[in-house]
Design a protein around this ligand. Structure first.
Ligand SMILES: [Zn+2]
Length: 201
């Protein structure tokens, strides 16, 4: 998985019709409104939730991505949600199970109580880790500016397909764009410029 820098207009409907996840011929375009704000903004959290939230609202950049996917990957963004929902249900079931067990085992040994308590806290921590991993996986914006979006988690195959279109001046899609938007995009190197240090995580 890699990163690709796209013009915001390119991301919104002008991408090659190949799956972002595997590079296979796409079957659908999934529209996704992406949001991003510079991670350093989170230092405002120490000033309080409200100041932080206001800065986030002001600084958040948005871009629409019309993401081409194959049949196999069209549920790409649903997977983290289902992982979170399933693991939350699992944690809920565990909690109910422990309460039922605790009621049926009265009087309970202090060691068993301690063990169950620690086990429950540990499973909650594991759940938070699962949610954090699920939220950070998949195709997501690494940076959004007024003109560009840096997408992370894109398959190398898709990156190669876009690079191939960039190299091939006869490809009508990019040729058309060059005539239309000569100054704005089309000839810029896509991965030559890394995101600024400020947004590196
Ligand atoms: Zn695919």
């Amino acid at each position: 998985m890699g990163q690709i820098r796209l013009h915001v207009r390119e991301a919104d409907g002008e991408l090659p019709f190949a799956c972002l996840s595997c590079g296979a011929p796409a079957t659908v375009r999934v529209t996704k409104d992406m949001q991003w704000y510079p991670p350093w903004i989170n230092v405002f959290f120490f000033a309080g939730v409200l100041p932080w939230y206001i800065v986030v609202i002001v600084m958040t950049k948005r871009a629409r991505l019309q993401a081409p996917f194959c049949d196999q990957h069209k549920g790409h963004w649903l997977k983290p949600i289902s992982i979170m929902a399933t693991s939350a249900l699992g944690l809920g079931a565990l909690t109910v199970g422990l309460i039922v067990l605790a009621r049926n085992l009265q009087p309970m040994d202090a060691d068993v109580q301690l063990f169950m308590c620690i086990g429950h806290i540990a499973s909650f921590v594991i759940w938070i880790v699962i949610v954090a991993i699920a939220m950070r996986s998949g195709i997501r914006p690494k940076e959004i500016t007024d003109t560009e979006i840096l997408l992370d988690g894109v398959s190398q195959e898709f990156i190669d397909i876009v690079a191939e279109e960039d190299r091939n001046p006869t490809a009508c899609r990019r040729e058309g764009r060059r005539v239309e938007n000569d100054d704005e995009y089309g000839d810029q190197p896509r991965r030559a410029r890394p995101p600024s240090d400020a947004i590196e995580e």
